[in-house]
Design a protein around this ligand. Structure first.
Ligand code: ZN
Ligand code: ZN
Length: 88
């Protein structure tokens, strides 16, 4: 199962081997070494346990609650606001 917060890093099982392949169209945003929470940036919102940096999933993996909007120059916004509210 692919965690929605790591949606852009899809594990491909080829011939029984697992290879982590990044989707080059939109690399996963990272902030301070954490993946950015996708749900936080959607209007549905994040329903996971909250931490001071963002949230964590049921394996204890932490995600940052910052904006994952991708600017024209390819950099992520990474501001502490929700993408769906601040980028139309
Ligand atoms: Zn979250
Ligand atoms: Zn933003």
């Amino acid at each position: 199962m692919v965690d929605p917060c790591i949606g852009n890093y899809i594990t491909h099982y080829i011939g029984g081997r697992a290879t982590n392949k990044a989707d080059t169209r939109q690399p996963a945003a990272r902030f301070n070494g954490l993946f950015v929470c996708h749900a936080y940036n959607e209007s549905t919102g994040c329903k996971r346990d909250k931490t001071h940096k963002g949230c964590k999933n049921n394996t204890g993996m932490e995600f940052a609650h910052v904006c994952n909007y991708r600017k024209g120059d390819g950099d992520f916004c990474l501001t502490g606001h929700e993408r769906w509210k601040n980028h139309k």
